[in-house]
Design a protein around this ligand. Structure first.
Ligand SMILES: Cc1cc2nc3c(=O)[nH]c(=O)nc-3n(C[C@H](O)[C@H](O)[C@H](O)COP(=O)(O)OP(=O)(O)OC[C@H]3O[C@@H](n4cnc5c(N)ncnc54)[C@H](O)[C@@H]3O)c2cc1C
Length: 416
């Protein structure tokens, strides 16, 4: 049977990052990817911060720089923000995956595409026997000292090792539109319970005269595809023009809510497999890559010491939560507040944000990787915004209870 130090399952940004870091430290790393081509199919809008470009060394993959954003309420009232330089970047997302895989391969990691991790015996002692299958249906077995599950939102590794899955997965639907009537340097966000309940709709320039348009929504009887159709109608109203037929469609899911554990005996989860996704935006490239770096540091020590026990690997859980856990918790809390807003509230929110001082704060404090900072700042700054939220929130913001108030007992928002 083939034997490796580390089997990384999934050649997305998190998998290739952990593979590169471990291979560079001298470990024998094999990455398996179920699809025939790394980076395909694309399942992402590809909007990232400078941090991602720095982590990936991928400035050349930028297809458009974004210096402004407009947010539209359900009634199409809007507020626009303009910074004096690029604040986010649209990248060639398939290119990012290929670039990261190349870097990992150059560091010594081996890649095998068209090979899917199916299951493993989670109860056996010692190195793990993993069962995989090729695109041709041929079965393979690989013995690994450590398995890293970087296999995305529906992680088979998490399932095999009985690591709990995210509380919520938002179905998402995105399309590429070849001709954009919008501003090539501006992102648009569409709010509304009948368009994108649970998150938002987006319109992102693709740098080639077109746009990526999509929604992620709370799972329910109405499909993400139907919400996408409603978003298209909303965007057509906003631009007063019909959008052309899409050239590519994408269906996927976004995990929301951190897992209680992202490691166990001889196993680590990274990226979407570990639900390391920003709850206010659904973005997960920065968080997944950063957590993959942390995972590699912990895995390197564990492999060197020969202690790959759950207790030793739990250091990974502690380390990434120390760095990002606070932002995740605040963002999850703010998301709960957001979910309580009716369409009327959302329109009022847009109106309140039109105030010059608030707009200035958003431009000054806005950071797509740490959105809770600006959200908290805005709530503190604006009594009219606070009126939209329960009283308990003012106490939390004012430094009252250390923990955010429990919202479970409060009233839920109405459907519209
Ligand atoms: C519609 C949409 C838009 C998004 N837009 C953005 C955005 O603009 N900015 C941002 O930061 N984030 C965005 N995200 C989130 C972002 O795409 C993910 O957080 C990121 O891709 C996670 O990286 P990953 O490496 O953990 O997982 P993935 O990129 O999902 O990679 C997982 C890899 O594992 C492979 N795999 C899965 N199962 C197996 C198996 N059993 N065996 C072998 N291989 C397997 C998959 O084929 C895939 O290549 C978006 C997500 C969606 C759904």
């Amino acid at each position: 049977m083939e034997t490796v130090d580390v089997l990384v399952v999934g050649a997305g940004p998190a998998g290739s990052t952990v593979a590169r870091e471990l291979a560079a430290r001298g470990h024998d790393v094999l990455v398996v990817e179920e699809h025939a081509r790394v980076g395909h199919p694309v399942q992402c809008a590809g909007l990232v911060s400078q941090r991602v470009l720095d982590l990936a060394g991928a400035n050349s993959l930028v297809v458009a720089a974004v210096a402004g954003a407009s947010v539209f309420g359900p009634s199409l009232g809007s507020v626009s923000f303009a910074a004096d330089g690029p604040r986010a970047f649209v990248i060639d997302r398939a290119g990012l995956d290929v670039h990261l895989a190349d870097r990992a391969a150059n560091a010594g990691a081996r890649f095998r595409t068209g090979l899917r991790f199916d299951r493993a015996d989670a109860s056996a002692e010692g190195p793990i026997v993993c069962e995989l299958s090729g695109a041709d249906g041929v079965r393979h077995a690989i013995l690994a000292k450590l398995v890293v599950g970087a296999d995305g939102v529906a992680s088979a590794v998490a399932r095999a090792f009985r690591l709990r899955r995210p509380v919520e997965v938002l179905p998402a639907f995105e399309a590429e539109i070849p001709h954009s009537p919008g501003d090539a340097g501006q992102v648009e966000v569409y709010l509304g319970n009948s368009i994108s309940p649970g998150l938002f709709g987006w319109w992102i320039p693709d740098g080639a005269g077109g746009a990526r348009i999509g929604v992620a929504v709370t799972a329910g009887p109405v499909t993400a595809r139907e919400y996408y159709d409603r978003l298209v109608r909303q965007v057509e109203r906003r631009f007063s023009t019909k959008l052309g037929s899409p050239t590519a469609l994408l269906v996927s899911g976004i995990p929301i809510g951190t897992l209680p554990r992202t490691s166990t005996d001889r196993v680590l989860l990274v990226g979407d497999a570990a639900a390391q996704v920003k709850p206010l935006s659904g973005g997960g490239i920065f968080t997944g890559m950063r957590c993959a770096e942390i995972a590699a540091e912990v895995a390197d020590r564990a492999l060197r010491s020969g202690d790959l026990s759950a207790a030793a690997l739990a250091e990974y859980d502690r380390a990434w939560r120390t760095e990002l856990g606070d932002e995740f918790q605040k963002a999850l809390y703010l998301r709960k507040l957001f979910l309580r807003l009716s369409d009327r509230d959302l329109d009022q929110l847009i109106e309140a944000l039109q105030g010059t001082e608030l707009k200035a704060s958003i431009v000054a404090f806005g950071d797509i990787d740490f959105p809770s900072h600006v959200a908290r700042q805005l709530l503190l700054q604006s009594p009219s915004l606070l009126r939209l939220f329960p009283k308990a929130v003012s106490a939390w913001l004012g430094g009252g209870p250390a923990l955010a108030p429990d919202l479970e007992r409060g009233p839920r928002r109405t459907a519209q």
